[in-house]
Design a protein around this ligand. Structure first.
Ligand SMILES: [Zn+2]
Length: 212
């Protein structure tokens, strides 16, 4: 599969798996030539084809494609610029994770194995308005040691080495948000032992720097 194929498949999976709503959210992948392929704005994911994808350069200028790139392209570019090991970025509006984003509460790493995929608690980035450079910078500030962050009062950002792994991680985050929300309704979420999260987040950091 080319990076274009992987980005398109991940975008369709994002909607199919209920990880975003309508045409919200966007998926991108890093190309070998220093450019990035990204989903266009306002196109139905079920009807999206390879021809709808847009290639942008590091400055955000369109170098290939006829559609408008996602309005959140600056979030994607900020993550690629800050983290050379990152090969894919997904911004989404998942229901339960967005509840934590609106409450401005981190999603705690309270489920075994969560930290292997995400690296630890999912932090909340400082608020910045949609489409601004600050939104991308604030998100990138949170993604040095973990793969997902919440955008305050907005949604989520996930970074990984491939679109398929980013979608998987996003699903792990959204499911955890739902479980933590439910656990709190049942009386509260118990913390994992710190040693468990320390060990598992170590695996995350190793895999992030040396993707398989
Ligand atoms: Zn958004």
């Amino acid at each position: 599969m080319t990076v274009h194929d992987e980005v398109l498949a991940a975008a369709k999976d994002m909607l199919r798996l209920g990880l975003t709503a309508g045409t919200s959210g966007n998926v991108s992948g890093r190309l070998d030539d220093g450019c990035f392929v990204i989903t266009p704005s306002s196109i139905d994911y079920t009807e999206m084809t390879l021809a709808d994808l847009v290639v942008i350069d590091a400055a955000g200028e369109v170098v290939e494609g006829t559609r408008s790139p996602s309005s959140e392209k600056l979030v994607h570019l900020a993550c690629y610029k800050r983290f050379p090991e990152v090969g894919s970025v997904i911004h989404a509006h998942p229901l339960y994770a967005s509840m934590f984003a609106v409450a401005r509460q981190p999603i705690p790493s309270a489920i075994d194995e969560f930290a292997v995929y995400v690296g630890g608690d999912v932090p909340v980035a400082d608020y910045a308005m949609t489409g601004t450079p600050e939104l991308g910078e604030n998100a990138a500030d949170c993604l040095g040691s973990v793969g997902s962050a919440l955008l305050a009062n907005h949604g989520s950002v996930t970074v990984s080495d491939s679109p398929a792994k980013a979608i998987h991680q996003l699903g792990v985050v959204e499911r955890a948000a739902q479980i933590i929300w439910g656990a709190r309704a049942l009386g509260g979420d118990a913390e994992l032992p710190a040693s468990t999260n320390d060990t598992l987040s170590g695996y995350y950091r190793m895999l992030r720097q040396r993707p398989s």
